[in-house]
Design a protein around this ligand. Structure first.
Ligand SMILES: [Mn+2]
Length: 247
């Protein structure tokens, strides 16, 4: 393959931090997307693209037009864009699918890319522990709850979603806690007992990780985020690399 497949996650658009506004982050992400456009064979965005999101039948949250347009630039050229829902933006429905032509995934997927087996997902709620979150995820994933929420006027519903989002912290330790403590490492090891995967790629952890699993050849990589790392993963004929974008 002469082209490359790219993976990134956790843009958290809509979140202003002390260091950086959402619009500054959006600009940087768009520059990165432009820089890979010619080379990209496919783009996988592994969740939490938006810090909060709620999609009504006829209304979406304001903003992000440049980012959305950049996604359209990929799909209009026939470059597949896969968007995974994360714990911050699980209430995405069909807008990105119908308007931008992305492929939306609500669950981890298993794919073969250039003869290697990949398991891809946002990574929330996988592995042991985190029972509180797993419960909340069920509540939020229920169609009746989503229908009820959609009855709220957007002037209330969207700010309330922003509030909920701020209550949901993704951060565990800001260092790799060791293979026996990291949920996603444990999850990957468990999956490997039943079937072979070459690569597990997740987001959610807000930490760049490239960890060789106990079989000595499969790897678990984490995309990191664009709050602290500006990181992404590139897969080409030389293999899989965790990289940092600098303009
Ligand atoms: Mn996140």
């Amino acid at each position: 393959m002469s082209k490359a497949i790219f993976f990134a996650s956790d843009f958290h658009l809509g979140l202003d931090t002390a260091e950086q506004t959402s619009q500054e982050r959006e600009k940087k992400i768009i520059q990165w997307m432009s820089s890979i456009l010619e080379e990209a064979e496919a783009l996988y965005l592994l969740g939490d693209l938006f810090d909060y999101w709620f999609e009504y039948t006829a209304v979406i949250p304001k903003g992000y037009v440049r980012f959305l347009a950049k996604i359209a630039e990929f799909t209009d050229r026939g470059i597949p864009v896969h968007v995974f829902t994360g714990n911050h933006d699980m209430w995405m429905f069909d807008y990105l699918v119908t308007e931008l032509g992305v492929q939306l995934h609500r669950q981890p997927i298993e794919v073969t890319l250039h003869h290697k087996r990949f398991l891809l997902g946002h990574g929330d709620g996988l592995g042991p522990g985190d029972h509180g979150y797993k419960f909340i995820k069920k509540v939020f994933a229920s169609p009746i709850n989503q229908w009820l929420y959609a009855r709220l006027h957007p002037n209330l519903g969207v700010p309330l979603m922003k509030y909920f989002s701020q209550q949901s912290s993704d951060k565990q330790n800001d260092y790799f806690a060791g293979p026996e403590k990291e949920w996603l490492t444990i999850y990957a090891e468990e999956r490997l007992r039943d079937e072979h995967f070459d690569y597990f790629i997740f987001g959610h952890r807000h930490l760049t990780i490239d960890h060789t699993l106990s079989n000595g050849r499969s790897r678990y990589l984490n995309c990191g985020d664009w709050l602290s790392y500006d990181s992404y993963i590139k897969y080409d004929q030389t293999g899989l690399k965790l990289l940092t974008y600098s303009p």
